[in-house]
Design a protein around this ligand. Sequence first.
Ligand SMILES: [Zn+2]
Length: 387
Amino acid sequence: MTRRVKMPSEPPRFRGHEELRDSLQRALAKETLPATVLIHGMPGCGKQTLALWLARTRLCTEDPAPCDRCTSCRVALRLEHPDIHWHFPLARPKGSHSPQRLAELLETARHERLAELRREPLRAGDGTGVKGIYLAAVLAIRRLAHRRPAVSREQFFVVGDAEHLVPQEASPEAANALLKLLEEPPEASRFILTSSKPGSLLDTIRSRALPIHLPPLSTREVAAFLEEECGADREAANRAASLGQGSIGSALGYLAADGNASRERDQALALLRTVVGGRRADSYRAALDFRPAGARGLLDLLASLQLWIRDLGAAALDRDDRVVNRGELSFLRETARRLKIVPDRVARAVGQVEEARILAQGNVNPQLFMATLLLDLEETLKPPAPR
Ligand SMILES: [Zn+2]
């Protein structure tokens, strides 16, 4: 059964992290927040959402801010605020021969992506292909930053995934221009960089920004979000939240927006059934028949398999409350009993899938790769030899 997940028609209100938001609000009120900040945390944990929230808070005309109702808030929620400039990595457009043409094409691509986010605020990017924040974008930011805000007292430049700033390509002059901009921001201009790899940022950029760490949410908070904002049913929300590990962004990827997640869940269950069946010939056959749905499909499948193995561990400990795939509880219990599953072997099996996930990010032959993994898992999960 695949249930189409409802995506909200406007960006969800920011949730969680009350303490952090309180302290940011106080810093804004006391005018002590530096003009350049760097929000860092794991991928998909809401860094850019927090950045947009911060901008909205500052530009809101009501108290307490953000009210989500005043003109400024409403335009900002529609991603149309003339004083909130949101940049993020984009694929390099084809046919960009001159710097000026490149700048135009990038700006078009950025607006297309913004329109997409407006229609489906929670839709994750495709995550594939090489992307960058190019010199052209930096120059556009610099040009605007030196102008006065369009309608507000301040203007914001949000640069998402700032580790994708492409410094090599920039002339030294332009790189310096960006640094200079961050070092001495023009009056009324603020910069919010976000990154899940702050270590990959240029030192010179990092040292000019106040770091703000955004920790992951709890699985329960993520699940509640998926239920309330996306109308996911409880089981699907719990499953996606467990896979997302504190990140709404990744959890959304697992929520069956297009039915793939349930397909991968079934495929992973079939693999687990083969493994615990304990017949090597079956494992080989399953591996040879294996056809992942692209590189992303393979990663999702492995994540799903990990979750099944964790469920097996939970069932072995009689912790039914921790089992995410409740629908298969009797299979999990029976298997755990038959294989005399203990936590130690579950941990090892989860680790093997994790290693496989890392390998799978490179170029692998899916059938060979799967054969190795299934045989390893079989070895790990099979019951200890009787003495
Ligand atoms: Zn407002």
